[in-house]
Design a protein around this ligand. Structure first.
Ligand SMILES: [Zn+2]
Length: 266
């Protein structure tokens, strides 16, 4: 395990059923690994509500959450849900709208519905004066065009789990977006492009996340037996980022945590 630095995990799917009944232990281990706080990802109304409830519990570290409807669930996004989301967003624990965006890789919801749900949530974030936590897969040009329309009204916007091309990265930086980096960068099979690109992200635009339980860092040895990622493994993401940037791990940890605190306004 890499040496502990104070880190903030900006994307943990703690309401995922793979963590059921273990929230206390998971967050205890995260705190022991140096994680100072986490942002729990909401992906539909049920998980956003569950995330807000977790934030109200007394765990080893402070928890915040996002509230939103993932592009996979966009087909369920109607005006009633958007109203409920706007109410949920009033809770102090809800620090961003999302996860929202476009996923033309898996297309679990029809694209026109993904676009409508994304635009509605960007408008909602602007009304609530909250930043947005965004997901983009294989949809760069549509995504860019939509974000551009709303960018001036948004308090802040992060492309979480960035895995895109050089063109996409520079387009997003031009739109003054933040970039979330996951254990994708630890993947020797498919993380090569990200390893080359991560040095081009200004340090003040960069944040770290596990996206747990997904994407366990492949640099871990031994690998978790259940194949499940958790926020305690965030130091492996930091270590991989350090390998591909000029700064020290301590500098990256301090800067990314500072950026996360300012972005989510905790
Ligand atoms: Zn995502």
């Amino acid at each position: 395990m890499p040496a502990p630095h104070s880190l903030i995990d900006i994307g943990v799917n703690l309401t995922n059923r793979r963590f059921a009944g273990e929230h206390g232990d998971i967050l205890q281990r995260a705190a022991a690994a140096g994680v100072e706080s986490v942002v729990i990802t909401g992906t539909d109304m049920a998980s956003s509500r569950a995330a807000a409830q977790l934030c109200a519990q007394d765990f080893a570290l402070p928890c915040y959450c996002t509230g939103g409807i993932h592009p996979h669930a966009a087909k369920t996004c109607d005006s009633a849900q958007l109203q409920q989301l706007e109410q949920l967003a009033q809770l102090p624990a809800v620090v961003a709208i999302g996860e929202t965006g476009l996923d033309f890789n898996r297309d679990f919801s029809p694209r026109p519905q993904q676009i409508r749900a994304f635009e509605a949530q960007l408008a909602l974030a602007a009304r609530c004066k909250l930043p947005v936590f965004m997901h983009e897969r294989d949809s760069h040009s549509h995504f860019k065009a939509i974000v551009k329309q709303y960018r001036d009204q948004l308090a802040g916007a992060v492309v979480h789990c960035f895995t895109g091309s050089r063109t996409a990265l520079f387009d997003y930086l031009d739109l003054d977006l933040h970039i979330g980096i996951t254990g994708w960068i630890c993947d020797e099979r498919r993380g090569g492009e990200l390893q080359q690109l991560v040095r081009h992200i200004p340090l003040q635009r960069l944040m770290l996340e596990t996206d747990a339980p997904y994407l366990p860092p492949r640099t871990m040895s031994p690998k978790p037996r259940n194949g499940r990622n958790e926020p305690a493994f965030l130091p492996y993401v930091l270590a991989a980022v350090e390998q591909h940037r000029p700064e020290s791990a301590a500098q990256i940890a301090a800067a990314t945590s500072d950026t996360a605190r300012r972005f989510f306004r905790f």
